[in-house]
Design a protein around this ligand. Structure first.
Ligand SMILES: O=P(O)(O)OC[C@H]1O[C@H](OP(=O)(O)OP(=O)(O)O)[C@H](O)[C@@H]1O
Ligand SMILES: Nc1ncnc2[nH]cnc12
Length: 256
C-alpha cells in the first residue's frame, strides 16, 4: 500500500498556518508543545527553526579562549531565516502511525529524492560548520550516515561512524542509552579520534535525545570537544534538548 503518498506533504511555505498550527512559534513556546504521538490521521507540522543554544558552563579546558568565543558566537548566531528551509521541510514526508500507532514518522527518504532539497540541506550545514576548525564529523547510524559524509568532505573533516552494537570489527568503546522504550548501545572504534579534536555530531532527527547524548558521551569520554550537535529535524515535546543539557544543538526544522 502506498501509505505515505496519499498524504499532502507538510508545508511551511507561504501559506497561512491552519488553526492550532505550531508554525513560527517563538522558541520559548516550542518547549511547551505536544509530544510526537498525535491523533491518528493528524498532519504533523514542520516549522522553521531558530534553534541555537549556548554552552556557557561547559568544561573547555582543551580549547583556547578565542576558540571558545567563536563557538559561542556560532551557537548564539542570528536567527536562521533561510528560504531553503521551506523546501527542505516540504520534502520531508510525514507518515502517521508508523512504525506503531500514535507515531508521526518523519520520513527523510522523500527529501533525498529531491535533489535541490537534499543539496540545500547539506549546504546549510556546510555553511555553518566550514572554517570552524572541526576535524571530526561523527554520524549516528543509520541516518547520520546519509548526512555526515558529504558534510565531512566539504569541510575537510574525517567521518567517524557511531554504530549499533557488534558491527565494528576493531576494538570499540561503547555507551548504553535509553530510548522511549527499552535501551540500546552505540559503539565507536578506539583510535578513530584523538583527545583535543573538535567534533560535530550529526543525525537526521532528535526525539528523546538518547541517541545524540550517547554519541556525545562516547566522544567526550576520549577527550574530544563536541562543538555542536546537528539534526535536520527536532521532534518537539520529547525533551531531547533537556537530555543534551547545555550542549549546543542546531536543527533546521521542527516537527510535532
Ligand atoms: O532522540 P532519540 O529518541 O534517541 O531518537 C532519535 C533516533 O531515532 C532514529 O533512529 P532509529 O534508531 O530509530 O532508526 P534507524 O534504524 O534508522 O537508525 C533517528 O534516526 C535517531 O537516530
Ligand atoms: N517520529 C519519528 N520519525 C522518524 N524517526 C524517528 N525516530 C524517533 N522518532 C521518530
Amino acid at each position: 500500500m502506498m501509505r505515505g503518498s496519499l498524504l499532502p506533504r507538510c508545508s511551511n511555505s507561504i501559506f497561512p498556518p491552519p488553526p492550532n498550527s505550531n508554525r513560527l512559534r517563538p522558541p520559548f513556546l516550542k518547549r511547551l508543545s505536544a509530544p510526537t504521538a498525535a491523533p491518528s490521521g493528524a498532519q504533523s507540522r514542520l516549522t522553521f527553526s531558530q534553534n541555537y543554544r549556548t554552552a556557557p558552563n561547559r568544561l573547555r579546558s582543551s580549547v583556547s579562549e578565542s576558540q571558545w568565543k567563536q563557538d559561542r558566537e556560532m551557537a548564539t548566531g542570528d536567527e536562521l531565516q533561510d528560504p531553503r528551509i521551506a523546501r527542505i521541510s516540504s520534502a520531508i514526508r510525514v507518515i502517521p502511525d508508523f512504525p506503531k500507532p500514535g507515531i508521526m514518522f518523519q520520513d527523510i527518504t522523500t527529501m533525498l529524492l529531491d535533489t535541490k532539497a537534499f543539496k540545500d540541506t547539506i549546504d546549510l550545514f556546510v555553511e555553518r560548520y566550514r572554517d570552524k576548525n572541526i576535524s571530526v564529523v561523527a554520524g549516528v547510524e543509520a541516518r547520520g550516515f546519509i548526512f555526515g559524509p558529504p558534510i565531512a568532505l566539504a569541510i575537510g573533516a574525517k567521518f567517524v561512524p557511531m554504530r549499533k552494537p557488534n558491527k565494528l570489527p576493531g576494538e570499540v568503546i561503547s555507551e548504553e542509552y535509553s530510548l522511549e522504550y527499552g535501551t540500546d548501545k552505540m559503539e565507536m572504534h578506539v583510535g578513530a579520534v584523538e583527545a583535543g579534536e573538535r567534533a560535530l555530531v550529526i543525525d537526521d532527527l532528535i526525539a528523546t535525545g538518547g541517541t545524540l547524548c550517547a554519541a556525545v558521551k562516547l566522544l567526550e569520554r576520549v577527550g574530544v570537544n563536541v562543538v555542536e550537535c546537528a539534526c535536520v529535524i527536532e521532534l518537539l515535546g520529547l525533551k531531547g534538548r533537556e537530555r543534551l543539557g547545555d550542549r549546543p544543538l542546531f536543527v533546521l526544522v521542527n516537527a510535532t
